[in-house]
Design a protein around this ligand. Structure first.
Ligand SMILES: Cc1ncc(C[n+]2csc(CCOP(=O)(O)OP(=O)(O)O)c2C)c(N)n1
Ligand SMILES: [Mg+2]
Length: 550
């Protein structure tokens, strides 16, 4: 099959065999001169390359893959423009705490300083978005650097790591180079004393609250948050929406927070999502668990005297320890307090009479149809207002969202990854018409890769989040520049090898969605809607405030 494969072991072969050894089975990539030795080395290695249509989509796929499998997602891009295209979504992965390895081909070391083709300081370009960014220096250190990068991506606060791979290193002979030993994970376990002390403080508080990042969501943390909450009789809230405490999927969070007398942050940065700590009352104490030694300045700066203690420990390990303690007793007051959390927004009545469709009705109907066969479900949501509607109203076992960075455009990348990672699951994408346009060509990737999912576009013919912001901030007479056409995205899906449907009337909606899931493969349902502002995430009596748009 691979007659022309060079018989010598190259840097590229060493790299691929190390990836295999570390359990990597799939790489999301866009080809290019500098990385073709890696494509060659992947042949027959057991690693599948999913070849995408834009480097940013490869990073979104790696992000989705990592969140659903718990593995490190791997993206491979070429030098210069390829690496530059991959940079944007690294910000999403950094903020969503997703372990990801970006490998970029790089110009040959032998041409350093000579003006090589596509030469770029890729380490500097990716450094602000990564936990670690380096150019691999030599073949003998290659395997070690790779293993260390994979370990680092998962350690402490997980996140993206970047390695630039000079082209001549990939083709260099690697005979006799050891494939390196395993690197131990660098987590700091909390001491038993610390665990017991924390449990006692939670027991003593009247209205304690644990806040966490998306790492504790059901998608990524399984039932850890639920077990923790049950054992300690404490509400556990995972914050991962760019709207923070105004997450439309968890209405009333900000008000609940004001009533807490103790907040424990398990790895959640005390940042804009937590209103910088200002949502709690002056006498509410905070205990912040920070996975990275020496970090946590935000907590110190934003909380001031409210900060009781900053603990350097791995939040998930600490949560495991707490969840294994004997079940805490719980009085009626505490039971009431816990019951005030975990509320979901009320879905609208499913009106199926002829008439226009709005965002809420579309999402509620999608939720109904998605869950109808009782199997595993995954929601991918994207967009401004429509994405928030979907997160609020579409029920699914697991979900991929744009996360704290609030960057739009990742949905089709996430969907390809979701379908490949969980081939048995029903995958629904709910996206705004603006956001879907970023990577529409990935529908072709999806078809080629054998993925199967249903994309539902809430097509309100505008970038509604920004349109609403113009009305709110500048006045209804100063609205301009945020319109979109009523483009037929469904016809694009058909042209790229999938199936498309166009829905304009309420009475057609349920049938169209049912048929879409029954059809299999890649299906796009373009639904004309009257775009509405997403639910505010506040309790009904509270006033509206300006919100981030992501
Ligand atoms: C990468 C990126 N670019 C721009 C934005 C700003 N932004 C947030 S929501 C939004 C509008 C999205 O429009 P659409 O997907 O149609 O959803 P809608 O708000 O109309 O429901 C924009 C431009 C962002 N958050 N991320
Ligand atoms: Mg829109």
């Amino acid at each position: 099959m691979n007659d022309r494969r060079p018989f010598l072991l190259r840097g590229a072969d060493l790299l691929v065999s190390t990836l295999v050894d570390c359990g990597v089975t799939r790489i999301f990539s866009l080809s290019g001169n500098q990385i073709m030795p890696l494509y060659d080395a992947c042949l027959g290695s057991g690693i599948e390359i999913v070849h995408v249509r834009h480097e940013a989509a490869a990073v979104f796929m790696a992000e989705g893959w990592a969140q659903l499998t718990g593995e490190v997602g791997v993206a491979l891009v070429t030098a210069g423009p390829g690496a530059a295209n991959a940079v944007g979504p690294l910000m999403s992965a950094r903020q969503s705490e997703t372990p990801l390895l970006l490998l970029s081909g790089d110009s040959p070391r032998a041409q350093d300083g000579m003006g090589a083709f596509q030469t770029l300081d890729q380490v500097a370009a990716t450094a602000p978005f990564t936990k670690h960014s380096a150019r691999v220096g030599s073949v003998p250190t290659l395997a070690h650097e790779l293993r260390a990068a994979l370990t680092l991506a998962r350690a402490g606060r997980p996140g993206p790591v970047h390695l630039a791979l000079p082209q001549d290193l990939l083709t260099q002979r690697a005979e006799g180079v050891p494939s390196s030993s395993r690197t131990a994970a660098a987590t700091v376990p909390a001491s038993e004393r610390e665990t017991a002390r924390l449990a006692a403080e939670i027991a003593e508080a009247r209205r304690p609250l644990i806040v966490t990042s998306g790492l504790f969501s059901p998608t990524r943390g399984g039932d850890l948050a639920r077990r923790l909450g049950q054992r300690l009789a404490v509400p556990v809230v995972a914050l991962e929406s760019p709207r923070g405490l105004r997450d439309p999927a968890q209405p009333g969070l900000r008000q609940r927070m004001a009533d807490a007398d103790l907040v424990i942050s398990l790895g959640k940065s005390v940042d804009y999502m937590l209103d910088f700590g200002r949502a709690t009352s002056a006498d509410c104490g905070w205990i912040v668990v920070e996975p990275e030694d020496g970090a946590g300045e935000e907590a110190v700066r934003n909380l001031g005297p409210k900060l009781r203690r900053l603990i350097a420990a791995d939040p998930r390990a600490l949560a495991q320890g707490l969840a294994e303690l004997p079940e805490a007793g719980c009085d009626a007051g505490r039971r009431d307090w816990c019951a005030r959390f975990g509320r979901r927004p009320a879905p609208p009545v499913l009106d199926e009479t002829p008439g226009p469709i709005d965002s809420g009705l579309l999402c509620a109907t999608l939720s109904d149809v998605l869950g109808a066969d009782g199997g595993e479900t995954i929601l991918v949501s994207d967009g401004g207002e429509f994405g928030q509607w979907a997160q609020a109203l579409v029920q699914a076992d697991r979900r991929l969202i744009n996360g704290p960075a609030g960057g739009i455009g990742g949905a089709l990348g996430h969907a390809v990854a979701a379908s490949l990672a969980c081939p048995e699951a029903r995958v629904a994408v709910a996206s705004g018409d603006g956001s879907i346009g970023f990577h529409l060509a990935e529908l072709e990737t999806a078809v080629r890769a054998g993925a199967a999912f249903v994309v539902v576009i809430g097509n309100d013919r505008r970038w509604n989040a920004e349109h609403l912001l113009q009305i709110r901030e500048f006045g209804p007479d100063r609205v301009h520049g945020c319109e979109l056409s009523g483009a037929r995205y469904d016809l694009v899906a058909a042209a790229l090898g999938g199936t498309g449907a166009h829905v304009t009337c309420r009475s057609e909606l349920r049938g169209a969605l049912r048929r879409a899931f029954a059809a299999g493969g890649v299906v796009l349902v373009n639904v004309e809607i009257e775009g509405r502002a997403a639910p505010s995430g506040e309790e009904p009596e509270a006033a509206e405030t300006a919100q981030p748009d992501g």
